[in-house]
Design a protein around this ligand. Structure first.
Ligand SMILES: NC(=O)c1ccc[n+]([C@@H]2O[C@H](COP(=O)([O-])OP(=O)(O)OC[C@H]3O[C@@H](n4cnc5c(N)ncnc54)[C@H](OP(=O)(O)O)[C@@H]3O)[C@@H](O)[C@H]2O)c1
Length: 218
């Protein structure tokens, strides 16, 4: 995020916040996970591929009998997702779309050929999504945004570790998406989170917070 807590600018063009060294670190984290989760707005706005970029990391995964890149997961209510988006077309990883029950039939019609569409309930709750992912063999999930998705995982106390990278710039536009939206967070003035690590990576800083007993120090 920016110094002032934004994930992006308000303009349609994506704002790059990290530097190359941090993108590479993120690639290593991706490679260590079973699945990567992003909200539907991130799929629409950023059109991310969500693949492991490094060939050696992809090879290491295949040597371990895994797909080269983790499973991709998204969530939607409106189902306004393009089946031609990179989320669906880039790489051979499994793709999962959790959608609200009321839109499940529509979602299957629209996306059933490019992803496994899962009825996520009404409303879709991240605890239920997490449990369903666990039943599908996803034990380590990386949630890559955006803010609405971060907020739900955090407020429902589902997060083991928060990795927050602060880029040395301001966005200064409240129309831009923030790291989180409003909510009741388990870490607050009465219960401070545990700061586990601070790491400078070139001109950005990585803050790692241990948010559950399942936090692992690498
Ligand atoms: N800096 C970074 O590292 C980073 C990372 C990721 C994203 N971003 C930025 O974040 C912005 C998007 O963030 P955002 O907060 O606007 O959106 P978001 O969290 O990416 O996605 C929100 C959307 O996900 C769906 N959704 C979320 N929770 C749901 C639920 N419980 N049930 C059903 N659907 C649910 C809805 O999709 P529908 O509207 O389809 O119903 C909702 O509009 C983008 O600009 C992107 O560039 C930045």
């Amino acid at each position: 995020m920016s110094i002032d807590g934004y994930l992006d600018c308000a303009a349609p063009r994506r704002l790059e916040l990290s530097n190359d060294a941090d993108f590479d670190r993120v690639d290593a984290v991706r490679a260590s996970c079973d699945a990567i989760f992003v909200g539907a707005a991130t799929v629409r706005n950023d059109n991310p591929r969500l693949l492991v970029r490094s060939e050696s990391r992809r090879d290491e995964r295949t040597d371990r009998g895994l797909a080269p890149s983790p499973t991709k997961v998204t969530v939607t209510e409106r189902v306004e997702l393009d089946p031609g988006a990179n989320f669906f077309t880039a790489g051979d990883a499994e793709k999962l779309v959790y959608c609200a029950s009321s839109r499940f039939a529509h979602a299957r019609l629209r996306l059933g050929k490019v992803a496994t569409v899962v009825d996520g309930g009404q409303p879709v709750e991240m605890r239920r999504v997490s449990e369903d992912l666990g039943a599908r063999g996803v034990y380590r999930l990386m949630v890559e945004g955006g803010g609405k998705v971060h907020t739900q995982f955090l407020t429902h106390n589902l997060v083991d570790e928060l990795q927050l990278v602060v880029a040395p710039l301001f966005v200064g536009d409240s129309r831009a998406p923030r790291f989180v939206t409003d909510g009741r967070f388990p870490w607050n003035p009465g219960r401070r989170a545990t700061l586990a690590e601070v790491r400078q990576i070139g001109d950005v800083v990585l803050l790692r917070y241990a948010l559950s007993p399942r936090f692992e120090t690498d």
